[in-house]
Design a protein around this ligand. Sequence first.
Ligand code: HPA
Length: 269
Amino acid sequence: MYKKIKETAEWLQKRMPNAPKTAIVLGTGLGQLAERIERILSIPYSEIPNFPVSTVEGHAGELIFGRLGGVEVMAMEGRFHYYEGYSMQQVTFPVRVMYELGIKTLFVSNAAGGTNPDFKIGDLMIITDHINYMPENPLHGPNIPTGPRFPDMGEAYSKELIAKADKIAEEHGIKVQHGVYLATQGPTYETPSEYRMFAKWGADAVGMSTVPEVIVANHCGIKVFGMSIITDLGGMDNPPKVTHEEVQKAAQAVQPLMATIMEEMLKAV
Ligand code: HPA
């Protein structure tokens, strides 16, 4: 595994047009940010040695090297989800490669269902912490020597970066919520009872991604900043039906605001 990570990093190193220190995983809700990136090089995942092979129709995405707001950045347009059938090692492989390439800060984004009664559809939530409710931990197995066997997770999401984001949001008049993101393996959305249970556990939002990448980033000493777009709400007695289309629509509407925060964050780190 470690050999493959090194191999891929060496392959990319030879082609990288710049040396970014920050990487962004463009999940649901950050498509617009991808358009704002001044691209220097884009490499389809299918051309990168050892990158997971797509299990779904269409292309899995591409790795972008470029500049955003004048700052060098590496971006993953499209991520690998556990529910697609990838192993945890495959889901987090790109983050391992990022570490080898010198990435120090990782920004992540996603769409999530709100379980906090104070949230509304279309809210932006800064992730303050997470609950790993996926069936496996990506560090399962022999320890890769980028971090300890038993890594501390006391500050999985950098408090310093959260404070910076709060300041940026305030300066731009963007309202943000704060909360705990719980990850399930998906692909089902939650039953009303599950939403209620997660809320009782301390979750403010539920989704199907992000946590594996964040665990591995922490294991590598990469600082993390994450945001969720609240695309639907669960836990009520008569919850509205959640569909993928509605999730996409709700995400679309607030994309520009999240993109602005991420772009300003990039300049601030
Ligand atoms: N649950 C899980 N994942 C999601 C949700 C949800 O309600 N909304 C968007 N992604």
